[in-house]
Design a binder for this molecule. Structure first.
Ligand code: NAP
Length: 309
């Protein structure tokens, strides 16, 4: 069996040794250095070059190195019958929840304002905010959204979530579908985007969405850059409709040098690190996907291509 690493990898050696620790005899090659197109049984991909996957005549599975698969589905020439699987991993989920909790507490406990006061050597307490009265809304109640929803609930926030299909989650006020979007947004002091990027969700963080939030709401986008209409965010920050934003993802990454977000006082930027895959944590599920696909067995975390996630 041969697994090919295809696309952008920070360090292919780390991936290879993590996988080989669990299965030393698995042959692993790194694109574009491989012997024969027909030898490739499985590809592990992140932002792969387009027009390549269709050439592997014996391919049995496409594995994403992350939770999202928009980077795979942007390839319009994927072979129709090859399953795509994504990673669902405890370390990814906890990193994501830690990131969102940090961003929310930074906003909720007014650290940015205290930093400004510190620069002025000003010793002054600001009015405290009641956590119960701070409603956090999570767009997307999947693996990541439902974990952060539960953790925020334990911290005492009032939590609501929005998904495509109806959900029931303990202590979470659940909304679903287009028709309930504005009702969901109407109370959110903080809005967190954890949706997959699909034709339905692209551009969802726009002027209309911001207008439906209470004035002064805070935005956290940890899903994908194309969820956000960047001009609309700048306008909402200028008008005060939004009080700030914490952004981990951008339509063009790295964020271009001259981008207005870099120096915007109300925007916090991180370089797509909210939840980064740790090869050693996910190696066993990659191997399981390769083996099961070889044996024609049902795969875990298979993507429904018709839904786009
Ligand atoms: P998931 O388990 O597939 O959950 C997706 C959620 O979004 C589901 O609740 C789904 O609703 C909802 N949804 C999808 N389309 C919708 C629509 N049109 N309207 C309303 N709700 C919709 O995904 P996940 O594992 O939580 O990951 C979410 C995203 O996070 C990934 O796709 C990826 O882009 C992003 N991510 C970012 C980072 C980072 O470092 N920044 C790391 C990991 C992941 P249903 O439950 O009804 O299906």
């Amino acid at each position: 069996m041969t697994l090919l690493l295809l696309g952008e990898f920070e360090d292919t050696q780390v991936w290879i040794s993590a996988i080989k620790t669990h299965q030393p005899d698995l042959k692993i090659e790194v694109y574009p250095n491989f012997d024969n197109l027909a030898d490739i049984d499985a590809v592990l991909v992140w932002m792969h070059p387009l027009g390549v996957i269709e050439k592997f005549s014996n391919l049995k599975v496409i594995i994403s190195t992350g939770a999202g698969v928009d980077h795979i589905l942007r390839d319009r020439n994927l072979p129709a019958n090859i399953p795509i699987v994504r990673l669902v991993d405890k370390s990814l989920t906890s990193q994501m929840s830690e990131y969102i909790i940090s961003a929310i507490l930074h906003f909720h406990r007014q650290f940015a304002d205290y930093k400004i006061q510190q620069n002025q050597q000003l010793w002054r307490g600001l009015s405290p905010r009641n956590t119960e009265n701070c409603t956090v809304g999570i767009l997307g109640l999947g693996v990541l959204g439902s974990d952060i929803a539960q953790k925020l609930n334990i911290l005492g926030f009032s939590v609501r979530g929005w998904s495509r299909t109806p959900k029931i989650l303990d202590n979470i006020n659940c909304f679903s579908g287009e028709t309930q979007l504005n009702l969901f947004l109407s109370e959110c002091s903080v809005l967190v985007c954890l949706l997959p990027l699909t034709p339905e969700t692209e551009g969802i963080l726009n002027q209309n969405t911001f207008a439906a939030l209470p004035q002064g709401a805070y935005l956290i986008n940890v899903a994908r850059g194309k969820h956000l209409v960047e001009e609309d965010l700048l306008t909402a920050l200028t008008s005060g409709q939004l009080s700030g934003a914490c952004l981990d993802v951008f339509p063009i990454e790295p964020l271009p040098e001259n981008h207005p977000f870099w120096r915007h006082p109300q925007i916090i930027i991180t370089p797509h690190i909210a939840a980064k895959t740790i090869p050693a944590c996910v190696a066993p599920q990659i191997i399981a996907a390769v083996q099961k696909s070889q044996e024609g067995l049902q795969l875990n975390n298979q993507v429904d291509v018709s839904k786009g996630y």
